[in-house]
Design a protein around this ligand. Structure first.
Ligand SMILES: CC1=C(CCC(=O)O)c2cc3nc(cc4[nH]c(cc5[nH]c(cc1n2)c(C)c5CCC(=O)O)c(CCC(=O)O)c4C)C(CCC(=O)O)=C3C
Ligand SMILES: [Fe+2]
Length: 299
């Protein structure tokens, strides 16, 4: 197909900009279950602590990643859509079709595939495209295997530990509910494989993979980051470095769940908390997405 007929659909989770967004945002995340006042208060507090309501950078991170990514790509029609905010994925598909796009290449700002996480975006793309005859789509299911992804994290981990001795490194990602254990297995295997490659390239002696930010109900994939912290403290770690490589930017999971909650546990255990810089708009990192997209444009 002619490249002019191909379009990029850039998909992200969505991040609230004001407290008024919170109830609809949480209701969307929870598949239509309206949050209780206590649940809203808990999340409001976490966003208060990280300064979400006044920090335009946090509110517009995905949009800035998208604009930066476009500078690394050949010029093609493109649109951004969010899983839990406006413009929705359906809005973005409409925008592309109105530009004459006949084949949509979709990518999610999450490097690892899980059917409950990135799979949810795929379902929405499929539903939105169902409204149009003759429009086809191709979802890039994962892009952690791109060399630039590893390259970014090798440098971020090296910069973070900066020759510190006696450091235990915890690689982490969003936990997932254990509804379908096969799915959890492939998600966990991909993260283990990626962490192992980064650890080898950084010559790490002590490291593990753990899961964070689970909801307080149901059964979720473990070990948790709290368990990993305890294990590293028992092994005598003096420094504990976090690498939340399942995330792509300064999300509340990193700025609160890691930098506040995990740090408290590390401090209480008498060790020093460290954390690798998140990619945000880093060009090497965005090149991983760009390379995955370019492969699909030419396939
Ligand atoms: C698999 C997965 C990813 C990775 C794949 C991907 O990236 O898509 C992800 C990413 C993200 N999740 C995010 C935020 C949140 N996720 C929540 C809650 C939940 N996530 C879930 C799953 C995932 N989530 C699940 C099963 C729930 C529980 C629902 C329930 O309770 O049944 C809640 C509510 C928590 C509360 O209620 O306290 C928040 C605020 C942000 C940051 C946005 C920002 O930058 O602000 C990001 C990138
Ligand atoms: Fe989430």
């Amino acid at each position: 197909m002619n490249i002019e007929k191909k379009g990029l659909l850039f998909l992200s989770y969505g991040s609230p900009s004001s407290k008024d967004d919170l109830v609809p945002y949480m209701t969307s995340i929870r598949h239509g279950r309206v949050p209780t006042d206590a649940e809203v208060a808990n999340l409001t507090h976490r966003y208060d602590v990280i300064g979400q309501w006044s920090n335009v950078e946090l509110q517009t991170m995905a949009e800035r990643q998208y604009n930066r990514l476009l500078t690394l790509l050949p010029s093609i029609p493109s649109a951004i859509g969010y899983l839990h905010m406006k413009p929705s994925i359906a809005d973005a598909v409409d925008t592309l079709v109105k530009q004459g796009v006949e084949h949509i290449i979709a990518i999610v700002t999450a490097p690892f595939f899980t059917s409950l996480g990135t799979g949810a975006y795929e379902k929405q793309v499929q539903a939105a495209i169902g409204d149009f005859q003759d429009v086809t789509f191709d979802v890039i299911r994962a892009w952690w295997d791109q060399p630039s992804f590893i390259e970014y994290w090798v440098k971020a981990v090296s910069d973070c530990i900066n020759d510190t001795k006696d450091v235990f490194v915890i690689f982490s990602a969003h936990s997932i509910p254990l509804i379908n254990s096969h799915n959890a297995d492939s998600y966990a295997l991909a993260l283990e494989e990626s962490a192992k490659e980064i650890a080898q390239r950084c010559d790490l002696e002590q490291w593990s993979v753990a899961w964070q930010s689970a909801a307080p109900h149901g059964q979720w994939l473990g070990p948790t980051v709290a368990e990993a912290i305890n294990q590293s403290l028992r092994s005598g770690a003096i420094h504990i470095a976090f690498v939340p490589f399942g995330f792509v930017s300064n999300h509340v999971e990193v700025l609160y769940d890691n930098d506040v909650e995990c740090k408290e546990l590390v401090d209480a255990g008498g060790a020093v908390y460290m954390r690798a810089e998140m990619p945000n708009c880093d060009e090497t990192f965005l090149q991983a997405m760009a390379s995955a997209i370019i492969e699909r444009i030419h396939s």
